[in-house]
Design a protein around this ligand. Structure first.
Ligand code: AHZ
Length: 311
């Protein structure tokens, strides 16, 4: 029999080779656990309140701690997640907070195109696949990942495993915080958030005020126009930071991908824009179902973010 362990010893596998183990229960009593798939599986006992508190404590500690972040990334599609990975790899000291409106992060990168699963990535952005460990077929000028979900789930798991990254999904950015700096210049200094289910119900309920996260740099990666897409670009217009939207142009893969990557930049003081949101901001073509541009734009956004932080 394995030696008795306390419930706090979560990293230690208490099971012996027969699948049996003993833990110290809540009141100090010894409890047996058993991994057995012939009808005798026995879990360590738990109280419902422990489950609630395990979640609440961590979630609200995270909210408390990340109310002041170093970088907020708005949108966890392919460009936002790539930016998070690159930034967190280069600067493990930064508090990087991803805010994603959907319950399921990943944006448009769960499928290739037209509900088909293979994902095309043009070279040289394939380097990133090798870096995160995603296999692919090499077709010469481009590579194909057998399922877009393999790319997205791998990237997501790599990002979330990084200790300095947190993600608040099911949370929408409803507005930007815009401060005036000492020179009288408007500077994006944070985001206004609400749980998405609340944000979607503003029209049906009376006044449900939001919350805020401040950060010296906000990376906006909210995609092209849609129910919530191009959020910051649109808000920049109504807030007077941008005269008018460029509006996304028709599909042209060869023009679009380099245009998005090369124009990934700080579009307003404190606000770095990446991915397809730039097509709406600048009036660039769309690329449709080829993802090298999103990867390279996310990487460039990470470098831009560091430049802004260090300036
Ligand atoms: O849920 C959105 C998605 O996951 C999220 N998002 C949008 N508005 C938000 C808000 N607060 C929080 N106000 C928000 N999250 O942003 C993510 C955008 O992901 P995406 O995959 O749509 O954008 P991307 O720019 O990373 O990748 C776009 C890939 C392309 S190209 C293309 C075309 O050319 O037609 N279509 C797509 C989907």
């Amino acid at each position: 029999m394995a030696p008795a362990q306390t419930l706090e010893a979560t990293q230690t596998d208490v099971l012996n080779h027969n699948g049996k183990g003993t833990l110290k229960g809540l009141a100090g009593s010894e409890v047996d656990v058993l991994e057995n798939y012939e009808g005798q599986y026995r879990f360590a006992p738990i109280e419902e309140a422990q489950v609630s508190r395990a979640m609440i404590k961590r979630y609200f500690e995270t909210m408390y701690e990340r109310a002041i972040s170093d970088v907020v990334i708005v949108g966890a599609g392919s460009s936002g997640l790539t930016c998070a990975y690159q930034l967190a790899s280069m600067r493990p000291d930064l508090k990087i907070t991803i805010v994603e409106a959907n319950v399921a992060p990943g944006g448009g990168a769960w499928l290739g195109g037209q509900l088909m699963t293979p994902m095309v990535i043009r070279k040289p952005a394939d380097r990133f696949l090798r870096e995160i460990g995603v296999p692919y077929e090499d077709e010469g000028a481009y590579v194909v990942v057998k399922h877009a979900a393999l790319f997205t789930s791998t990237l997501l798991s790599r990002v979330l495993a990084m200790p300095n990254v947190v993600m608040m999904n099911a949370t929408a950015v409803e507005d930007l915080i815009i401060h005036e700096d000492h020179k009288g210049q408007q500077r994006v200094s944070g985001v206004v958030t609400n749980w998405t289910l609340v944000a979607l119900n503003h029209d049906t309920q009376s006044c449900m005020d939001p919350n805020t996260i401040t950060a010296p740099v906000i990376v906006t990666a909210t995609g092209h126009d849609g129910p919530m897409g191009a959020f910051s670009a649109k808000r920049m217009v109504s807030a007077g930071l941008l005269k008018e939207l460029g509006n996304m142009r028709g599909l042209d893969m060869n023009r679009s991908e380099p245009a998005i990557v090369n124009n990934t930049r700080e579009v307003a003081p404190g606000l770095v824009m990446t991915g397809m949101e730039l097509s709406e901001h600048d009036g660039k073509n769309r690329m449709g179902p080829t993802f090298g541009g999103m990867i390279a734009s996310g990487i460039k956004a990470a470098h831009e973010t560091l430049r802004v932080l260090d300036s």
